[in-house]
Design a binder for this molecule. Structure first.
Ligand SMILES: [Zn+2]
Length: 363
């Protein structure tokens, strides 16, 4: 789960890769408290700048008693604890990282499944009040985003208003959907209207794309099956080929991926980091994922913008890019994007326009 990975990242910083448990946290807390961290000060040039982190998670353990005896007790029981519960360790981590203010939010959004409106209200009430309590006690370092019962949009609007006006919260954290239901459905308008009226930040946090991995999720306006679905399928295909070790078992393969390799080539850092930091990923690949874009994986040039092409070249190199048009479909592809690219040498232009394919296809 994404939430757990995020938690492990924080934990990994503190422990240099040692698996973290509640007992680890308890045993080490005292020792760590004894040595206060130096607050790293961040400068841009000679100007001290304020660093604010919008994306940080925690849980409120008090929610356990609210859900006791309900179907949610087991879910709450599996949520990562340790540094996921606010305490001195988290403050120390802020200091070490040079973060002045951190914005806290509770994700996973498991309470969206609560069909008992009163139970849903109680869960959110406890989460918001406890989080607000922590922030009030450390008001120079933390602010928080509210939880809301998005499955009940009118109630969610009320909770948002109350959180902002009475609990000093700065907005809300929401999932990308409510149990598969898109948040563009008109029934969510009361929540959107309240957020707009209050002028507060709404931080959306995904949760393993559960809503995307289902029939019809790419229906609707925007030709999403093509626009998002095609690069998404390519991204998933290439990721499996890498992470499952298939490209290592067949090192002579030359895989050519269309649409510039889908989304993968634009966001390779996340794929590399998962193998470096997260044992839970179980990476079977022998090289960092980005390395496969230096040899086994070739991508076409269909990115439409000079900046897109510049980034693609920076990530994979001109030798791994081949020219493509998607003809006869109506995309603005032509040789001019390559010819006019100021960041490409003439040799690189020639390679992308045809030289690479001459070799690959033995023309
Ligand atoms: Zn996150």
């Amino acid at each position: 789960m994404l939430h757990r990975r995020d938690f492990l990242r924080t934990a990994a910083r503190a422990t240099a890769g040692v698996a973290v448990s509640d007992s680890w946290f308890a045993n080490n807390l005292q020792a760590r408290q004894a040595i206060p961290a130096k607050h790293r000060e961040v400068f841009v040039g000679d100007k001290r700048v304020r660093v604010v982190d919008v994306h940080a998670h925690c849980i409120v353990p008090e929610v356990s008693s609210v859900v006791e005896g309900t179907t949610f007790a087991s879910i709450v029981g599996t949520l990562p604890r340790g540094p996921n519960i606010m305490g001195p360790d988290r403050l120390r981590s802020l200091d070490e990282q040079g973060i002045d203010v951190q914005v806290l939010s509770i994700n996973v959004f498991w309470w969206y499944a609560a069909e008992d409106r009163e139970l849903a209200r109680q869960i959110v009430k406890v989460q918001n009040e406890k989080l607000a309590e922590w922030c009030a006690a450390h008001s120079d370092r933390y602010v928080a985003l509210a939880s809301v019962t998005l499955q009940y949009p009118e109630l969610a609007a009320e909770q948002l208003e109350q959180a902002v006006k009475q609990l000093n919260m700065r907005g809300a954290a929401i999932g990308g959907h409510v149990r598969g239901e898109e948040l563009t459905s008109r029934r969510f308008d009361p929540f959107w209207a309240k957020a707009e009226q209050l002028g507060v930040l709404i931080f959306m946090h995904p949760q393993s794309a559960e809503n995307v991995i289902r029939t019809d999720s790419l229906k609707g306006k925007g030709d999403l099956g093509n626009v998002i679905g095609n690069p998404l399928e390519t991204t998933v295909f290439l990721s499996h080929m890498i992470f499952e070790g298939t490209l290592d078992r067949f090192p002579g393969l030359k895989i050519c991926a269309p649409h510039a390799g889908g989304y993968l080539a634009s966001y390779l850092g996340r794929s590399d980091a998962t193998c470096q930091r997260r044992t839970s990923a179980g990476c079977a690949n022998k090289k960092p994922p980005s390395e496969y874009f230096k040899k086994e994986i070739i991508v076409d040039s269909i990115v439409f913008s000079e900046e897109g092409l510049r980034h693609l070249v920076a990530e994979v190199g001109a030798n791994q890019i081949v020219f493509g048009t998607d003809e006869p479909f109506n995309w603005p592809t032509n040789v001019d994007l390559i010819l006019s690219a100021s960041f490409l040498s003439n040799a690189e232009k020639e390679a992308i326009l045809g030289g690479n394919l001459v070799q690959l296809l033995r023309l």
